[in-house]
Design a protein around this ligand. Structure first.
Ligand code: PMP
Length: 384
């Protein structure tokens, strides 16, 4: 049965039983005390997760793409320009949104597998006038983790807003909103939060909210943060019916993160990535992403010669693991494995055991148990 497969695509990620249980709680009134209290707790925890003291959090039915749209429409006006720091696939989406809404932008695009270097951003940024700089923290197609702190060091001294797409990072990799000077972190429920898909999640700095107010009207209704602001401050008010059960589940997801503690969670993600990559390397796989930009949340894995993408993924599926194929130009030559959210040590080891079983069954020659051993050594070690 499909339900028994371990979902290791780069989101949605495996859902912890506590979160599944919270989804099955009754659908209470969206303005009931119980929902108001859980909604408030989710918003409060969300700010903690991005190290934000004074900003405004938003949790809205939708997905990461809605969050991208909300970030842009509420901060960039017609006649203004934003700069996209694009590591791959999802930077391009920031351009497509601009095209649809008639917003002007420039793009710094790097080769897939690499990140835009801070020097390149510095050069373009100093030569032009922008309302906002938009960067993807982890690009889900290329597995690249961008040097966000170095980008913010360039933008922070100016008035320009810094918008971070954290869809594949927030809650799994550190993002210090206040300290680094990030004005909007946008994300979604289904990746490092480990909650089923269905929510656009954002935190705006006070400066970003102020910018929305200065814009006057925007080309948005449901995406207008000023419609949502009163609800986020007091969820007993009504604008548009929130998805009650999903918010209850998201609240539980944020509780799990806070209970684990952010520091421990970030280190766990780092260790999981190391263990999985050690196993894959031992078995003869390599990585699409340049070493210094490898993300802790997913791996984009190149096949050793002789392994066919479709055959491999279908056999891996039969052995209990769902991984994703390559996106865009990498399709057919890589597979993508997510290792984020609430994934456990035993799930990682199960995934590597199933990988060995898969390789064996398709006739690939390797030393049996060497991948499992490589992963186990790292998971059992004190390496951080
Ligand atoms: N940004 C990034 C970095 C993503 O990985 C994704 C989804 N894979 C999105 C944005 C879009 O999110 P959604 O699919 O939830 O609309």
């Amino acid at each position: 049965m499909d339900q028994e497969k371990l979902l290791l695509i780069p989101g949605p990620t495996p859902v912890h039983p506590r979160i599944i249980n919270s989804l099955s709680l009754p659908t209470v009134s969206h303005v009931s005390d119980v929902l108001v209290s859980e909604f408030k707790e989710a918003l409060f925890n969300l700010k903690k997760i991005v190290f934000c003291r004074s900003g405004e959090p938003f949790i809205v039915a939708g997905s990461g793409t809605l969050a991208m749209e909300m970030a842009l429409l509420n901060t960039v006006g017609r006649g203004e320009k934003y700069l996209i720091v694009s590591q791959g696939y999802f930077g391009q989406r920031m351009a497509e949104i601009g095209n649809v809404f008639g917003l002007d932008y420039d793009v710094i695009q790097c080769e897939w597998g690499k990140a835009v270097l801070p020097e390149e951003l510095k050069k373009i940024f100093s030569q032009n006038k922008y309302a906002a700089v938009v960067a993807t923290h982890v690009d889900t197609a290329t597995g690249v983790c961008a040097p966000v702190k170095e980008y913010t060091d360039i933008v922070r001294p100016s008035e320009v807003l810094f918008i971070l797409d954290g869809v594949c990072a927030t809650g799994g990799i550190e993002e210090k909103m206040d300290d680094w000077g990030i004005d909007i972190i946008l994300t979604a429920a289904q990746k490092c939060f480990g909650v089923p898909p269905g929510l656009a999640v954002l935190v705006f700095s006070e400066k970003a909210v102020q910018k929305r107010k200065e814009l006057g009207s925007v080309s948005a209704y449901y995406s207008d943060i000023l419609m949502w602001l009163p609800i986020m401050r007091d969820p007993s008010k009504y604008f548009s019916t929130p998805c009650v059960n999903e918010i209850r589940a998201f609240c539980e997801g944020t509780k799990i993160i806070i209970e684990e503690s952010l520091d421990v969670r970030f280190k766990r993600h780092k260790k999981a990535a190391k263990a999985i990559r050690a196993a894959l390397s031992e078995l003869g796989f390599s990585f699409f992403t340049e070493r210094e930009f490898l993300a802790n949340t997913l791996s984009v894995v190149r096949y050793p010669s002789g392994i066919d993408d479709k055959v491999f993924r279908s056999e891996y599926f039969n052995n209990g693991i769902v991984v994703a194929g390559g996106l865009g130009k990498t399709a057919g030559s890589v597979f993508r494995m997510g290792h984020m959210g609430n994934i456990s040590k035993s799930q990682i080891l199960f995934a590597i055991e199933a990988l060995e079983k898969t390789l064996d069954s398709i006739g690939y020659v390797f030393q049996l148990n060497s991948g499992v051993q490589a992963a186990q050594e790292i998971l059992d070690s004190n390496i951080e």
